[in-house]
Each structure stands twice: as structure tokens, then as C-alpha cells.
Design a protein around this ligand. Structure first.
Ligand code: BTN
Length: 295
């Protein structure tokens, strides 16, 4: 597929106003990404939602690229929720990915980004965090003397949106929000359920370095299109970091719910839950509530 650089000629309100990242640290990120699929890295101070911007760009035929914002005033979360963060407090980034998609399905792109987020926080902030299915980045707490782990407060999340325009290549827009350091701390209503890298005692993270880490990892997903071994290896890395596996869960589904043990993650990233009657349920989208920690 021909790669089209983001062009100001495209009628894209936000992307028309973006600039190539110019601060020192983002300059480092651009240098690190030179020659990769995500060399076209853009930064905007303020927008509604970077996911919305790249979905519009994808519908207009735009090529693979990444967009980072300092602030969003209509940030989107999973299941039609809002994603809010004060200016400059977080990594807010979306990535437009074109085919070829992973052989096991485009869902593995989110898996790859989620694994990369956990590894990036370990490498750059010195922080061990985990994943709550599907892609919540969470602190990991040891719940009892046996050291069984459970998800604690959330410090980040992913939102993937599939964009399909008849007659043209599909696209996936992958969005990620990671709470780094909130200037005034978290508001009271979020304090019990959310946290930040700073609050967890992580080293200060440079957003440019974080962007470079994540996009370098995502650049490698090309091999997932042709290698089932690479898909299997990625899923193994996801399972290692996923605190939901083995736990008793209640999954809220679009219609109804299922209660049981989170027994596995399928090849396409779906969660397999075994209910008390021994029946297996494959869940592709839903909200997981942990009832007891993993054993
Ligand atoms: C979740 O609900 O856990 C997913 C949150 C995803 C938020 C990110 S921030 C950057 C990108 N733009 C958006 O509007 N949403 C995603």
C-alpha cells in the first residue's frame, strides 16, 4: 500500500493544525522512529479526541501515523465512557494501523500495545504493573499472605476502533491513555479507583521516550500477519502480565452477565470464562469485575 504522509490538504480540522513534534524529547522520539511504520508522528496541544481525529483521517484515506495530544476535551474510553485527564498529565496517543493485520485478528494489535505499555513502565519508570482483561493497565496488589495478586487502581487504558470504508483498506485506530503525574493529584471521586505513575513511586517518565518505546514495539506487529508463532508468543507475554487469569470474575456483557473462573485467553485475545456448571464462555467485549484474587 502506498504510504501518504499526513497532508495539510486533507480536510481534517485537527490534523490541519498539528505540527511535527518539536520539543527536544519528541525530537528524540522522531529520530528513534525514523524508517518505521510510525515515522509520521504528530503532536497537538489540544483536541477533542485523538482517536476521533485519526478515525476521521483513516476514513479520508490517511496512512499509518501516530498523534499525541497534551489535552483532550472529549477523550473517549471503552464502553462509551469518557477519558479525562488534566493538560500535560498523561500520555494521550492514538495510532492509525493499516493491514496487514495479525493472522489471529486485529484484536492482537491491542494486545501488543497493552503488553508494550506494561513493559515500557517497567523499563522507563521502574514500575511493575499488570493488565486487567482486556486492556486496563493496573497496579498489582498482593491480596493475602499467600501473595495472590489482584488488580488494584487503574493507571491506563486502551481503546481500539475499527474503521471500514467501502472500497478501501480497513484501519484500526488504537488509543492509549496513561496517567503519568497529575499536577494536583487525583480528584476525590477517582482516588479509590485510579492512580498515576508518580503516585505509585515510579520514576518520572518522559512522554517522548514513552512514545518511542510504544511505537517501536507496535512497529514489530507486522510480523504477526505471517507468523502464528509470533502471535502465540505475544499472547504468552500477555498472559504473563494479565492479573485476571485464574481469578473468579463477573463479566458484564452487553446483554446479561457471566460468573466463573477466568480460565484462558483465546488466540484472538478473547477471555474464556468457565462458569460453575463447567460451561465455557468466550467473551470478546465486556466489563470484568474481580470477585476473588487469582489462585
Ligand atoms: C479505557 O476506557 O480504558 C480506554 C481509554 C482510552 C483513552 C485514550 S486517550 C488517547 C485516545 N483518545 C481517546 O479519545 N481515547 C484514547
Amino acid at each position: 500500500m502506498t504510504r501518504t504522509a499526513i497532508s495539510p490538504r486533507l480536510a481534517m480540522s485537527t490534523l490541519e493544525n498539528t505540527s511535527y513534534l518539536s520539543s527536544v524529547s519528541f525530537g528524540r522520539a522522531k529520530a528513534a522512529l525514523e524508517g518505521t511504520r510510525f515515522a509520521d508522528l504528530r503532536h497537538v496541544e489540544r483536541t477533542g479526541s485523538t482517536n476521533e481525529d485519526l478515525a476521521a483521517f483513516a476514513r479520508a484515506g490517511g496512512a499509518e501515523c501516530a498523534l499525541v495530544a497534551d489535552h483532550q476535551n472529549a477523550g473517549r474510553g471503552r464502553l462509551d465512557r469518557r477519558w479525562e485527564a488534566p493538560p500535560g498529565s498523561s500520555l494521550l496517543m492514538s495510532v492509525l494501523v493499516r493491514p496487514p493485520f495479525p493472522a489471529a485478528g486485529p484484536g492482537l494489535l491491542q494486545v501488543a500495545l497493552a503488553v508494550a505499555a506494561v513493559d515500557a513502565l517497567d523499563a522507563l519508570a521502574g514500575l511493575r504493573v499488570g493488565l486487567k482483561w482486556p486492556n486496563d493497565v493496573v497496579e498489582v496488589t498482593a491480596e493475602d499472605a499467600g501473595g495472590r495478586s489482584a488488580p488494584g487502581r487503574k493507571l491506563g487504558g486502551l481503546l481500539a476502533e475499527f474503521v471500514q470504508v467501502p472500497g478501501s483498506d480497513p484501519a484500526v485506530v488504537l488509543g492509549i491513555g496513561l496517567n503519568l503525574a497529575w499536577p494536583d493529584g487525583l480528584p476525590e471521586e477517582l482516588a479509590a479507583i485510579a492512580t498515576t505513575v508518580e503516585e505509585l513511586g515510579g520514576r518520572p517518565v518522559d512522554r517522548g521516550d514513552l512514545v518511542a518505546y510504544l511505537l517501536t514495539e507496535l512497529d514489530r506487529t507486522g510480523e504477526l500477519a505471517t507468523s502464528t508463532a509470533a502471535c502465540a508468543d505475544l499472547l504468552e507475554r500477555y498472559r504473563d502480565r494479565c492479573v485476571t487469569l485464574g481469578a473468579q470474575v463477573r463479566v458484564e456483557l452487553p446483554a446479561g452477565h457471566v460468573v466463573g473462573t477466568a480460565a484462558g485467553v483465546a488466540a484472538d485475545g478473547a477471555l474464556v470464562v468457565i462458569d460453575d456448571g463447567g460451561a465455557a464462555h468466550t467473551v470478546t467485549a465486556g466489563d470484568v469485575v474481580h470477585l476473588r484474587p487469582a489462585e
